[in-house]
Structure formats: structure tokens, C-alpha cells
Design a protein around this ligand. Structure first.
Ligand code: G3P
Ligand code: CA
Length: 276
């Protein structure tokens, strides 16, 4: 039985016998779009530097349902929000994230590379992100290369627990990674927080692979190049949801709407909901 089925059997039974279940079963009428979670990839990255407060603030302003963040760790153990395992591309510094102290990371300019108007943006900490955005928008937390940071799962769990963000329905928090072992561990540490697996590998879309993911994951999150309607149906049949990335054009967003995914992870929140 899938993780979600185990947790949600009671909820499902009550919905089944509720008059509301009729409405849920009908789904969108032809020409209508189903409600899709609009996830701002590393913030509103099309318009502001990725993984910075400027980009996350803009995503909230654009009414994204979630911000997506990439989590790593400094040499002295602080959880920081940055995508690459080196600081070279997105700051004015050089070196590996894990070889630099928090003070060194914090002294870097994480905004100028995008545009001069963002000069002075700093690499955020995980705790700053949780404190600033929980309750304002959902947070899709990616553990980036957790194999480089032994014990990062326990640290993430502790930070969420300290803020009471590990309980079901409390806040929109999802954890995801390309590292499946790390996600299995997170599921054990925080059984009520939704887990996502990331992949761009078609080998991970077989029935067997999807069944294995569904024992601990709630979300299957593939790159949009491997998304098909059949895959979306298979994921739903296993009672998981599917979120796909990375949208950088209106055509890509429209394709994913047509496929029937549940979340679109985008550099441009306005492509997913032009009203926002
Ligand atoms: O959320 C999906 C996406 O972030 C995965 O790829 O490389 O942008 O972290 P990447
Ligand atoms: Ca990411």
C-alpha cells in the first residue's frame, strides 16, 4: 500500500461517503483547466536572482502557491539556500559551498550577476526562509546533493520541528531530492511531511520504479521532457501527485496543463497563472 494510502485511508473513506465527493469526481469540464500548484523555481527566477530574498519576495507578490528552494550546508554547519555546489555561477566568489564558512558565504554578493539592481543580495539561511515565508506561501524544499552533507536530514527535521512545521495540514511544506535514499530517511524522520522524488531519467518511470517510490513518496517530480499523459495516469493510480520542471516558456506551461500534472515548477509564475 502506498504511503499516502496508509495515512489517508480514514480521510478517503469519509470523503467517499460525503456529498462533496460528487463534485471532486467530475473534474474540470472540457476547455477548463484544473487547479495546478504554481511553484516558483528558486523564486521568481525569470525576473530576479535565484535563491535570494528578492526572488522569493517577488514570487510571493506574484502569488505563487509555493517557492522552491535548494538547501546545502556551510563548512561550519549552517543550512544555506543555493543551487550549485560551488558559489562560482551565482555569486562574486569562488569555491565549494561546503568548503566555505557561513561568514564567508554571507559576505558574497548573490545578486549582481543577475542585474546591478540586485547588488547586495545575500545567500539566505534555511531558518530565514522558514521564518519569513511560512504561512505566506508554501515551501518546496529540495535537499541538493545531500550525500555531500552527512546528517543534513536530521538538521532539516529539527528546524521544521522547532517551528511546528512537521505536522499534517499545518503548513504547505514538501521535501524533495534527486537522492532517493535521503528522501526515504526524511520520510522516517518526518512521516507526516509530504516527500517528493526528482528525476529526469526515463528508467525511473517504469511501473516497478513508480511502485517503489510510492512506498515513501507523495510526489513524483520529473523534468517535463519525460512527462506523458500515461505517466501522469500511472502516478495518480499509485495515489501520488506529479509536479514537473522547469518551465521557462508559455508553451512548456501549456504542455504541462494539457498533460494534467498537479504542480508546475516554473521560473515564470505568470506563465502558470497569467492573472498573477
Ligand atoms: O524543483 C525541481 C527542480 O528544482 C530540480 O532541478 O536543478 O533546478 O534543482 P534543479
Ligand atoms: Ca531545485
Amino acid at each position: 500500500m502506498s504511503k499516502k494510502l496508509l495515512i489517508g485511508t480514514g480521510v478517503a473513506l469519509s470523503l467517499l461517503f460525503s456529498p462533496l465527493s460528487q463534485g471532486f469526481a467530475e473534474g474540470p469540464t472540457p476547455g477548463e483547466r484544473k487547479q495546478v500548484e504554481n511553484v516558483a523555481h528558486r523564486g521568481a527566477t525569470g525576473y530576479a536572482p535565484e535563491n535570494t530574498m528578492a526572488g522569493f519576495d517577488l514570487a510571493v507578490k506574484m502569488k505563487a502557491d509555493y517557492i522552491e528552494i535548494d538547501l546545502q550546508r556551510s563548512k561550519d554547519g549552517k543550512l544555506v539556500v543555493i543551487h550549485d555546489t560551488t558559489v562560482d555561477r551565482t555569486t562574486d566568489g569562488t569555491g565549494k559551498v561546503g568548503d566555505l564558512t557561513f561568514e564567508q558565504l554571507r559576505s558574497l554578493d548573490a545578486g549582481s550577476w543577475k542585474a546591478e539592481q540586485f547588488a547586495g543580495e545575500q545567500i539566505p539561511t534555511f531558518e530565514e526562509i522558514l521564518d519569513r515565508y511560512h504561512g505566506k506561501t508554501g515551501i518546496l524544499i529540495e535537499l541538493k546533493a545531500p550525500e555531500l552533507y552527512p546528517g543534513i536530514e536530521e538538521q532539516v527535521a529539527a528546524a521544521l520541528k522547532e517551528r511546528n512545521l512537521h505536522k499534517p495540514q499545518n503548513e504547505k511544506i514538501i521535501l524533495q531530492s534527486f537522492n532517493f535514499e535521503s528522501m526515504k530517511k526524511m520520510d522516517k524522520l518526518l512521516p507526516k511531511v509530504p516527500i517528493g522524488v526528482l528525476t529526469s531519467n526515463r528508467a525511473h518511470t517504469t511501473v516497478e520504479a513508480l511502485q517503489e517510490f510510492s512506498t515513501y513518496a507523495d510526489w513524483f517530480n520529473p523534468s517535463y521532457g519525460i512527462v506523458t499523459e500515461e505517466l501522469v495516469d500511472q502516478v495518480h493510480a499509485l495515489d501520488m501527485q506529479i509536479g514537473s520542471w522547469t518551465v521557462r516558456s508559455q508553451e512548456a506551461a501549456d504542455f504541462l496543463f494539457d498533460m494534467g500534472v498537479d504542480a508546475i515548477i516554473t521560473d515564470y509564475p505568470d506563465y502558470v497563472d497569467p492573472r498573477k
